[in-house]
Design a protein. Structure first.
Length: 323
């Protein structure tokens, strides 16, 4: 559970009962969340609407506060779904190499003291953007009763192995009787497969040129290029900022990639953050940086969030970066 989720959970526990109205709930919780903090966003399959961030408070609240269901642990650590009573962890056993088999260790058990019946499970590997690239069933979980926090321990091999880039391996377990056959994501790990030496651009590129649309000013400050990633440092300013946004980079050949991870801090209408992309190919001399799907509060009441229909765009020359 990250710092934001811990603080949100603590604030919700201070509300003794459901007040009967989401606005009244927010009025009680919001003052406890004013201290500046960093928020982490991880790209999943598809783009998450900015409005979903504002809706999270109501969606995660429970009449009898018992924690935040589905909160993600730190990368590589175990996770749990309190509602399902299941916990799991996933880990990479070998140093990842492109095109070589990769082994994973998976541990699944109960999150509480009661046994849990499950119908099956799967290990999914997703690219940094959230796209599914490989999956394998976990036969040890077929029609199994879990007893204890480490009821099932197993290894699984990805025979073909990954291409270079950032990945996220997720364990999904299907509780018995769950409608639709869907699984519960309860454990994950993030890992990086290195690119060949010298194949990625390295350096730092100062940016600038603030642009303003609909009362929101965007300032991309700099790009830091390393063999592991391309990191954008940026600032957004606007009285109605709600925290949702999407950054993308496009190469001259038209290939566009979205940030696979973002972290930001929003204080009094000023959002400071970073956005991480896959490392930039060494041959690249120019990039198009785009910002869109910026979320703002639709009214001064700060309860409704909408996405601005505008795009901010900059052409970035990489000549200052020394490969």
């Amino acid at each position: 559970m990250d710092p934001w989720e811990r603080r949100l959970a603590d604030a919700l526990r201070d509300v003794p009962e459901w007040p009967g109205d989401p606005e009244q709930l927010w009025a009680r919780v919001e003052p406890r969340l004013r201290r500046p903090l960093w928020r982490r966003l991880v790209a999943r399959a598809g783009l998450v609407p900015a409005a979903a961030l504002a809706a999270a408070l109501v969606l995660l609240w429970r009449p009898a506060p018992t924690g935040i269901p589905g909160a993600e642990p730190a990368a590589g650590a175990g996770g749990a779904d309190p509602a399902a009573g299941i916990r799991a962890s996933a880990g990479v056993l070998d140093p990842p190499e492109a095109g070589r088999p990769l082994r994973f260790a998976v541990v699944v058990g109960t999150a509480g003291g009661r046994p849990v019946q499950v119908d099956g499970g799967v290990l999914e590997v997703r690219a940094g953007t959230g796209a599914l690239v490989w999956q394998a069933p976990l036969p040890e979980l077929a029609l199994r009763e879990l007893r204890g926090p480490e009821a099932v321990r197993t290894h699984i091999v990805w025979p073909g192995g990954p291409e270079p880039g950032h990945y996220r391996a997720e364990v999904s377990v299907r509780p018995a009787g769950m409608a639709g056959g869907a699984g519960v994501g309860v454990g994950f790990t993030e890992f990086f497969v290195p690119f060949p030496p010298g194949s990625r651009r390295v350096g730092e590129v100062p940016l600038g040129g603030p642009q303003t649309r609909a009362g929101v000013t965007a300032v991309p400050e700099r790009l830091r290029l390393t063999p592991d990633l391309t990191r954008l440092h940026f600032v957004l300013q606007g009285e109605r900022l709600a925290g949702g946004f999407q950054w993308t980079l496009r190469t001259p050949d038209g290939t566009e990639s979205q940030a696979f991870r973002s972290e930001y801090r929003l204080v009094d209408g000023r959002l400071e953050g970073i956005a991480d992309f896959e490392p930039t190919p060494a041959w690249t001399r120019r990039l198009i940086l785009r910002l869109h799907r910026v979320g703002v509060h639709a009214s001064p009441s700060l309860r409704t969030v909408e996405e601005l229909p505008h795009t901010w765009e900059w052409e970035v020359s990489l000549d200052p970066a020394k490969a």
